[in-house]
Structure formats: C-alpha cells, structure tokens
Design a protein around this ligand. Structure first.
Ligand code: SAM
Length: 228
C-alpha cells in the first residue's frame, strides 16, 4: 500500500480514538510524510502508531502522542513556537504545518524553533525537514533546550518532547503571558503530560492530563547525565 493511503488510515484511526479533534491537526498530520523522518530500514513501520528508534538511544514519538500534544497546545497560524527535543524533526514539521500552513501566504506564517542536544540528530533532522519541505518554517538549534532558546523568545507555545523532573524556570520565563506549555513531568520511568498556562499576570497554572513515558530531558534544568 502507498504511504499516502497508510497515512490517511492512521489519521482516521487517531480521529476515531479521539486523539485528533481539530481540522488543523488533521490537515497537518495528513500532510507531513512521517516516512521521511524514520530510519530507512524502518520505513515500512512509519504508519504504525508506535514510537520508533532513531539512533543515539532516542525515539520518534508515537503518532497518537504527537496528535495529543499538538491538540493540547491549541496552535494557531502565525504563532511563534519553541519545541525542546527535535529528535527526527517530525513533530516540529507537524507544528509548522499548523502555525505556517503550506497553502497560507508566507507573510502570515509563524515559525518553529526546535532545540536538540545531540548534534548528529539535529543535523539529520535538518535534512529530514529540508526533504519534507519545512526548512523555511523550522529552525533547528543544537543546545540544551532545558534553558530554552532566548534569541527567539517570547513564545506563544512551548512543546517539550522529553521528560523533565520539574518545569524548567527558563521555559516559564520565555513563555508569553497568555501562553501555554505542554511538558511531560515525573521520574525516569513514569510521567504525566502537563498543560502549563502562564496567565496575563504572570502566574502559572499546571494541569496533568494523562500518564506518559518519554526519554529524559538531559540538561541544566532537566536530569543530569550522572543521575540516569
Ligand atoms: N520530537 C521528536 C520527534 O518528532 O522525533 C521526538 C523527541 S525524542 C522523544 C526526545 C529528544 O529530546 C531526543 O532527541 C533527545 O536527544 C532530546 N533531548 C533530551 N534532552 C534535551 C535537551 N536538554 N535539550 C534538547 N534536546 C534534548
């Protein structure tokens, strides 16, 4: 079966299961070719709803988790978004397709900044994003994303795709008042996905949504390598 048909079937399944609810997320997940973001030898599994290894002990998240986090973020075209944990670049492309839709005029496009700590993965993600047509809407940065990325702050939304022991204070600082962060918080083996809202007065409200399991956020405001 063609990848396009497999993608369509996966999106239908995620809609039936309640992970995809908005037209924007549906359109983005129908548009972004996940097969270009998984290792060549695993391409036949690109439309299984499962995480897959991408090397260096890291994973591309399962499609239902990408859908859920993207829905929770309530993204709108034109938004400035920070993703922490680029991995393969797939989730960044899905976010970009919502904030900077391929068929919208460029002057209305938002932008995605995505930070990855492993340089080799960042380089591969850049190539994946280029091939899939998102290089002009996504900037990949090598660094410790637990410190955020101050040069492009403040952000309307921050999406963290690695698990932290607590909400990193620099990410709260770099969020706009009225902004929202989606982040897995917990210990190494079990976390909750949180929606963290920064109110207009700067105060924070954090709401757990669902249990989840992510690879660790390793950095100054995440886990120290020697703790793992
Ligand atoms: N969003 C990714 C995708 O679509 O493929 C999946 C992300 S993977 C579950 C988590 C990523 O976070 C890994 O690539 C890992 O190297 C990265 N990571 C862990 N700690 C980090 C940090 N402090 N700063 C930036 N990236 C980090």
């Amino acid at each position: 079966m063609e990848f396009e048909e497999l993608r369509r079937r996966l999106v239908e399944k995620l809609k039936r299961e309640g992970y995809i609810v908005s037209r924007d997320v549906e359109r983005a997940m129908l548009r972004v070719p996940r097969e270009l973001f998984v290792p060549e030898e695993l391409r036949h599994l690109a439309y299984e709803d499962t995480p897959l290894p991408i090397g260096y002990g890291q994973t591309i998240s399962a499609p239902h988790m990408v859908a859920l986090m993207t829905e929770l973020a309530e993204l709108k075209p034109g938004m400035n978004v920070l993703e922490v944990g680029t991995g393969s670049g797939y989730h960044a492309a899905v976010i970009a397709e919502v904030v900077a839709p391929s068929d919208a005029p460029r002057e209305r496009w938002g932008h995605v900044y995505t930070v990855e700590r492993i340089p080799e993965l960042a380089e591969r993600a850049r190539r994946n994003l280029e091939r899939a047509g998102y290089a002009d809407r996504v900037t990949v940065i090598v660094g410790d994303g637990s410190k955020g990325y101050p040069p492009a702050a403040p952000y309307d939304r921050i999406i963290v795709t690695a698990a932290a022991p607590d909400v990193p204070p620099p990410l709260v600082e770099q969020l706009k008042p009225g902004g929202k962060m989606i982040i897995p918080i917990g210990d190494r083996y079990m976390q909750y996905l949180y929606v963290v809202e920064k109110r207009e007065d700067g105060s924070i409200r954090a709401r757990p949504v669902t249990p989840c399991l992510f690879v660790p956020l390793i950095g100054e405001y995440g886990w120290r390598e020697e703790q793992l």
